[in-house]
Design a protein around this ligand. Structure first.
Ligand code: PA5
Length: 427
């Protein structure tokens, strides 16, 4: 993985001070355990947990339709990895076909129910994986109830249901009573940090993702992201975001120059928004702080957002993400088309994309817009695991620098409680 902070525009003294402030966090990450806030990092050493989820995926032979019921931290990591490794259109192009039931939007859910019904009628092998850390998220439980009703008509349907949740949650108990398969999420691993737990591991293994390689990449990232030095990209990234937030740049745009990394951008959007958007500091002072994460896709969004980025307010820091090795597509020689655009015939699309990316970076630099560049060697399991782990540690470090708790989400809980209250009042 190549991380380039040349244009991050962080003065050297700010880097030195930031690294000093993060010393304790580096130690905590190095000594991660299920007993402390670094539980998500401890997942990487829990071979039993990974193997159990992998073995259950193997047990689910010849799956033709996988439905993942879950929202936010319970499905975004899975989508991110699957899309990055299997391609933008993985949901329809891979075996098994995979559907994400992540909203109570009636029309969207109606389509999923119809597809499940058709699969059941055709006696296809279906797996429903319901994922909820709390086990009480309204949307997830509503959707699971709807889908269960359809699959219940299949003999031995219990073997097709996998419940992923906290040990002892209400959903856990329902799973036990129902005789479903159950996978445990370690208590202190929060939803948005849970991609390397059974939350991500089980469905990704069913989709044919090489889990060992994914974890290998994450372990690699951990080795250099706990180092107290100027080469630590998680620390440098956190220091850059904190520095520019103080200077009024409260938007962080993840600008991916690979379509298949869009979902990874959306996974990071949740990670940053929920971890850093806070009412109070750790000492209880009201700050209402946060960084607004946005996701842009190159080069498409240059034709919609480029004007704003290159002429609008200087309120953003950007992380460009691209992939070094991609399938080669060459633009053929064509006399008639030669007059339309110069200098593209005979070149690969990657050559053109690289020119656009370099051109964009040059324009950003000319406007003194700070940016970080990340290049994945390939869009494979190892690189994706590495990037996910780096981003999780970067976000935890950012929480430390801003003196906020990167692990809670009391704002999300507010809407959940209000929803439950309104539904109760309409009995
Ligand atoms: O990061 C979080 O904690 C949230 O976004 C949750 O992932 C989301 O609300 C779903 O919660 P649960 O997994 O408890 O159903």
């Amino acid at each position: 993985m190549n991380y380039d902070f040349t244009n991050a525009a962080v003065p050297a003294p700010a880097v030195t001070t930031g690294l000093k402030a993060l010393r304790k966090a580096f130690k905590e990450a190095e000594n991660a355990s299920y007993e402390n806030n670094m539980a998500s990092v401890a997942l990487l050493d829990d071979f039993d947990l990974v193997n159990r989820a992998g073995a259950l995926a193997k047990h689910m032979k010849d799956v033709e339709l996988l439905i993942i019921v879950g929202i936010g931290g319970s499905n975004l990591g899975t989508v991110a990895v699957a899309q990055a490794v299997l391609g933008k259109h993985f949901a329809t192009h891979t075996t098994p076909r995979v559907l994400f039931a992540d909203t109570v939007d009636s029309a969207y859910t109606h389509d999923i129910v119809s597809e499940l019904q058709q699969a059941v009628d055709a006696k296809k092998n279906v797996v429903i994986n319901v994922v909820s850390k709390s086990g009480t998220t309204t949307e997830t439980i509503a959707l699971f109830t709807v889908l269960l009703d359809v699959i219940k008509k299949v003999p031995h349907y219990r073997d097709s249901i996998v419940v992923t949740t906290d040990k002892g949650s209400k959903l856990w108990n329902v799973g036990k009573v129902g005789g479903f398969h159950i996978l445990e999420i370690p208590k202190l691993v929060g939803g948005r940090y849970s991609v390397f737990s059974p939350v991500g591991i089980f469905p990704l293994a069913v989709l044919g993702i090489d889990i060992q390689e994914l974890i290998k990449g994450a372990v690699n990232a951990r080795s250099y992201c706990v180092a107290a030095n100027k080469k630590n990209p998680a620390a440098l990234g956190a220091i850059a975001l904190a520095h520019h937030l103080k200077k009024g740049k409260s938007i962080h745009d993840t600008f991916v120059f690979a379509h298949q990394l869009e979902a990874l951008g959306l996974w990071y959007r949740q990670l940053l928004a929920e971890s850093i958007g806070k009412e109070k500091t750790l000492s209880g002072k009201t700050v209402n702080t946060g960084i607004t994460p946005t996701v842009s896709v190159g080069s498409v969004d240059l034709h919609s957002m480029g004007q704003l980025y290159l002429s609008g307010p200087l309120d953003k820091i950007t992380t460009f993400v691209d992939v070094a090795t991609e399938p080669s597509v060459t633009i053929p020689l064509n006399k008639e088309f030669a007059l339309l655009v110069d200098n593209i015939q005979g070149k690969t699309l990657k050559d053109v994309m690289n020119a656009i990316l370099d051109g964009t970076k040059t324009a950003y630099a000319k406007r003194a817009m700070p940016f970080v560049s990340i290049t994945l060697p390939r869009c494979d399991e190892k690189s994706v695991g590495e990037l996910l782990q780096m981003k999780m540690l970067e976000t935890i470090y950012l929480g430390h620098l801003l003196n906020v708790n990167p692990f809670d989400q009391e704002g999300v809980e507010k809407y959940k409680a209000e929803t439950r209250r309104i539904l109760a009042s309409k009995r």
